[in-house]
Design a protein around this ligand. Structure first.
Ligand code: ZN
Length: 300
C-alpha cells in the first residue's frame, strides 16, 4: 500500500516529466488544494496533457496533514535519501518519494510558510534554466544566494552530513532534474491555493506539456533578492517588532537586539528575509538581502 498515492497523466507525444508535490510539510495545504483542482480539470478534460507526463502527489505526508502539523517524527525535507531500514514515518515516505524524484526532469514543490508576506520561490543559482523556469511560475519574488551568504557570515552553517540538507529539490538535482520550491504564502493565506494553482498551470504551459492553457498565465517574477547576510540569534535576542518576510528595511534600521541588548541593524537598504520568531540561541534567526537590478534571468 502506498503512503503517498501518486497520480500520473501521460501525453501521446514525448516530452518533459514534471513532478508536483503538495504537503511535504503536513500543515502546508495550499499545494494539495491546487493539485486536487488541477486533477479535477484533467479528469474532466478541461486540461489535456499533450506530451510528456505530469505526476502529482497531492499529500506527501498524510499523517502530518491529518494532524495539521509540520511532521510526525522529523522534517521530511531533510535527510531525504533512501533508507534501508525505515522506521520513522518520514523515512518510509522518503523511500516512496525518492524514486519519483529520481525519475522526474522538473520538480515543482509547493509549500507555505509561517510569517506573513508575499509568495516567493527558492532558486539554486541565478541565470540558469532553473531560474527561467522559476520566473515563469508567477509573480512571486525569487530568493537566491544562500551559499554565498553563509560563506560571508563566517559561520560554518552547512551541516556536516550532506544528507541532512538534502530535501526534495536537492535530491532531484542529484539526478539531473531542475527543482524549485514555491512558498505560496502564509499557511492560512486564503490566496495561497490560487498562487499554487496558477504556478502548476504556468509550469504545464512553460514545459510544453499542454498546448494552450490560455492567457493570464505568466506574470513574471516581481524581483530577485540575493541573500547577503545571515544573522544568528544570541541568548535573549529579541526582534524590535513583528517583522514580515520580504519587508523593506533601510540602511541602519534596527531589526532586533542581541544578547547584550545592543541594537542589530542592517548594513544597507534592502529586504528582511524569513524572520524566525521561535528560533533557538546560536541558530539562524533572520537574513538580509538586496534586490538584483533585473529579476529576469540573463542567459549568455
Ligand atoms: Zn514547507
Amino acid at each position: 500500500m502506498s503512503l503517498i498515492d501518486p497520480v500520473t497523466y501521460t501525453g501521446a507525444e514525448p516530452g518533459k516529466r514534471l513532478l508536483v508535490l503538495g504537503a511535504v510539510h503536513g500543515n502546508e495545504k495550499c499545494g494539495t488544494f491546487a493539485i486536487q483542482r488541477i486533477i479535477r480539470e484533467i479528469e474532466s478534460g478541461d486540461i489535456k496533457i499533450a506530451r510528456g507526463s505530469v505526476t502529482f502527489v497531492p499529500i506527501c505526508n498524510k499523517a502530518a496533514f491529518d494532524a495539521d502539523v509540520r511532521y510526525i517524527d522529523r522534517n521530511l525535507n531533510r535527510f531525504l535519501v533512501p533508507h534501508s531500514n525505515p522506521t520513522l514515518n518520514e523515512e518510509k515516505i522518503g523511500n516512496e518519494l525518492c524514486p519519483l524524484l529520481e525519475q522526474c526532469d522538473v520538480l515543482l514543490d509547493l509549500h507555505s510558510y509561517t510569517v506573513g508576506g508575499d509568495p516567493f520561490v527558492f532558486i539554486g543559482a541565478p541565470d540558469t534554466e532553473e531560474h527561467i523556469f522559476a520566473n515563469c511560475l508567477g509573480g512571486a519574488a525569487g530568493i537566491t544566494g544562500w551559499a554565498k551568504a553563509y560563506a560571508a557570515s563566517g559561520r560554518e552553517s552547512v551541516p556536516t552530513d550532506p544528507d541532512e540538507s538534502t530535501g526534495t529539490t536537492e535530491y532531484a538535482r542529484r539526478f539531473g532534474a531542475m527543482g524549485v520550491t514555491l512558498e505560496c504564502g502564509q499557511h492560512r493565506d486564503e490566496n495561497a491555493p490560487a498562487v499554487a494553482y496558477q504556478a502548476i498551470r504556468n509550469a504545464l504551459n512553460y514545459l510544453g506539456l499542454c498546448d494552450d492553457l490560455g492567457a493570464g498565465a505568466s506574470p513574471l517574477m516581481s524581483r530577485l533578492i540575493e541573500v547577503k547576510r545571515v544573522f544568528f540569534r544570541g541568548q535573549g535576542g529579541d526582534f524590535t517588532k513583528g517583522w514580515k518576510h520580504l519587508e523593506p528595511v533601510k540602511k541602519g534600521e534596527v531589526i532586533a537586539t542581541d544578547e547584550h541588548h545592543e541594537p542589530l541593524s542592517v548594513p544597507d537598504d534592502g529586504y528582511l528575509i524569513l524572520p524566525h520568531r521561535d528560533t533557538h540561541a546560536g541558530t539562524e534567526w533572520f537574513y538580509w538581502g538586496q534586490a538584483r537590478v533585473s529579476a529576469r534571468p540573463k542567459i549568455a
